[in-house]
Design a protein around this ligand. Structure first.
Ligand SMILES: [Cu+2]
Length: 209
C-alpha cells in the first residue's frame, strides 16, 4: 500500500521532529488568535467606556508594550527555542552507521545508486527500517528537489554540488518522493517510490539481480 499520509503523519524520527514543531506553532497561532478575538469582543462590548482613573498615555503604553513587545517576544523566544531543538533532532551530517545512497536528478526522473551495494535503480528507492540513510543528492541538469513528507524535510538537488539529506523510517511502508522544485514541463510527474522494508527484506532485494 502506498501511503498518502503527509507531513502530519510522520513515520520516522526526522519527520517526527518537524511535525512536533508544526503542531506547536499551530497551537501558539490558535492561542494568539483566540486571545485577540476575545479582547476585540470585550472592547466592542464595553463600547469605549474607559477607566477614568487611568490616563490615556498609560493605557496606550500598556497595550503597546504588552501586546506589541512583551507578547511577541515571548512567542518568538518559544518558537526559536523549539526550532533550535527540532534542528538538533534533524541530522545535518550522516551518522556513521548510515546507509549511503546517491541520487541524481534528471528531467524528469531520479537515478538511485547504492555505491556499497553496486546497485542502480530508477524512480525507486529501497531503505531498511530503523537505520538512517544518508542521501547524497545532486542533479545532472536543472535544480530538482526531493521530498518525502512522511519521512523528513525537503532538500534540493543542485547541478553544481551535493546536498546530504538524512532520513530514517520507523516502520515498513511505501512512500512517494515528489520533486518539489519546478524543473520543466513534466515536473508534476517526477516522483520516486520509497520502499521502507525490514533489514532482511532489504538485503534480499540487494541480492536480487
Ligand atoms: Cu521538478
Amino acid at each position: 500500500m502506498t501511503s498518502a499520509a503527509g507531513a502530519l503523519d510522520p513515520r520516522g524520527p526526522v519527520a517526527d521532529g518537524i511535525a512536533d514543531l508544526w503542531w506547536l506553532m499551530l497551537a501558539i497561532g490558535v492561542a494568539v488568535f483566540v486571545l485577540f478575538a476575545v479582547l476585540l469582543g470585550l472592547g466592542a462590548l464595553r463600547g469605549g467606556r474607559d477607566d477614568p482613573e487611568e490616563s490615556e498615555d498609560k493605557r496606550i503604553r500598556r497595550w503597546i508594550i504588552g501586546g506589541g513587545v512583551i507578547m511577541p517576544t515571548i512567542v518568538l523566544v518559544v518558537v526559536f527555542g523549539a526550532t533550535v531543538y527540532a534542528m538538533r533532532v534533524l541530522p545535518s551530517t550522516a551518522p556513521p552507521d548510515a546507509l549511503r545512497i546517491e541520487i541524481v536528478g534528471h528531467q524528469w526522473w531520479y537515478e538511485v545508486h547504492y555505491p556499497e551495494q553496486g546497485k542502480t535503480t530508477r524512480d525507486e528507492l529501497h531503505m531498511p527500517v530503523g537505520r538512517p540513510v544518508a542521501l547524497q543528492l545532486t542533479s545532472a541538469d536543472v535544480i530538482h528537489s526531493f521530498w518525502v513528507p512522511e519521512l523528513g524535510g525537503k532538500m534540493d538537488l543542485l547541478p553544481d554540488g551535493t546536498n546530504v539529506l538524512v532520513l530514517e523510517a520507523d516502520e515498513p511502508g511505501k512512500y512517494i518522493a515528489r520533486c518539489a522544485e519546478f524543473c520543466g514541463l513534466e515536473h508534476a510527474t517526477m516522483q520516486l517510490v520509497v520502499v521502507a522494508e525490514r533489514p532482511e527484506e532489504f538485503d534480499a532485494w540487494v541480492a536480487q539481480q
